[in-house]
Design a protein around this ligand. Structure first.
Ligand code: GTP
Length: 307
């Protein structure tokens, strides 16, 4: 044991704490969280700003416990929902020990990245620049990119990774874990997320409902799990889940339901499979679509939808 500060002194100590990935929309934060966890937890998509909930993933290593908090991207708020999301991001940023600033290797750091770098520099957290999507660029481009990233701010480390190929992911976990404070384990062994199951179920339904229609209604859709019950059916025990999909207009309801209810049926089947896998049980999903006019601007409705 030694009283010296620094990593060599705390070699044998256990480190535990919170980390989050930040970066502009589409920087690869959710994909990175999923890849590190080796399983699907956050919801990813080709469209920006689909991450709505703070999802915690817990990474256990022999000498550390890294708790990943997933945040939505910071963006210019146009609605009350937008403002709430930004509040949520800032709140999360202020609560973590380490921040991984995600900078996609295939895009030059821009004013948005500069802005975020400035914002997080004000916090107590250590900041690691995570260069994402390195599978998309050549070695030469990557080297140039790393130089640009180094010029962007004062980072505790710079780690290039690919969530797609898995390159350098374990190194990233190590770098982030090393920067956590000395602390006993914060969560029990084996626990990988504290996100309530219902939120994850809702996200699976939301993802299924958005498939193919993201252009038409990217932010107009929210899902609430109304109830979950155990029941016995002919095929054995199963979970019966009542869920509601909220949209803002009648026309959107039509899009979700589809001709003769065909589309909603497909959404239900896809979501049911995902949920069954998530909770490892047979599932009966009772899915309804409701119109809540302008829910994104209605504080009561936002509360009900969990924002
Ligand atoms: N080729 C490649 N694509 C990636 C990688 N990581 C993420 N992507 C893609 O980049 C897009 C955005 O990834 P997300 O993980 O949803 O990005 P995000 O930063 O969480 O986005 P928001 O939720 O909008 O904040 C998706 O189409 C991913 O498939 C990677 O390592 N390699």
């Amino acid at each position: 044991m030694s009283s010296n500060a620094g990593s060599s002194a705390s070699k044998d100590a256990f480190h535990a704490g919170f980390a989050c990935f930040v970066g502009r929309p589409n920087a690869g934060k959710s994909t990175l969280t999923n890849a590190i966890m080796g399983q699907k937890i956050a919801i990813t998509s080709k469209r920006p700003q689909t991450t709505r909930h703070v999802v915690r993933a817990i990474l256990h290593r022999p000498d550390s416990q890294l708790i990943l908090v997933d945040t939505p991207g910071l963006h210019r708020p146009r609605t009350l929902l937008g403002e709430r999301l930004n509040e949520l991001v800032r709140q999360t940023w202020s609560e973590v020990d380490v921040i991984g600033l995600c900078l996609p290797a295939n895009e030059k750091p821009g004013p948005g990245d500069k802005f975020i770098t400035g914002e997080i520099a004000k916090l107590h957290a250590k900041v690691v620049a995570v260069v994402t999507k390195i599978d998309l660029v050549s070695k030469d481009t990557l080297v140039r990119h790393l130089t640009n990233v180094a010029a962007l701010g004062d980072f505790a480390d710079i780690v290039p990774v690919s969530a797609k190929t898995g390159e350098n992911l374990e190194e990233l976990v190590k770098v982030l874990s090393d920067k956590l404070p000395e602390s006993p384990q914060l969560y029990p062994d084996g626990m990988i997320t504290e996100e309530p199951e219902r939120v994850m179920m809702a996200e699976l339904i939301r993802e299924a409902a958005l498939e193919g229609v993201r252009d038409e209604l990217p932010h107009s859709l929210a899902v609430v799990i109304e109830d979950v019950e155990d029941e016995d059916s002919d095929g054995g025990p199963r979970k019966k889940i009542w869920a509601e999909i909220y949209v803002e207009r009648d026309s959107q309801k039509g899009i979700i339901i589809g001709k003769g209810g065909e589309r909603l049926k497909r959404v239900g089947t896809k979501a049911r499979k995902g949920i069954a896998q998530l909770i490892d049980s047979r599932v009966y999903l009772d899915l309804h679509v409701r119109v809540a006019k302008d829910w994104q601007r209605d504080p009561k409705m936002l509360e009900r939808l969990g924002f």
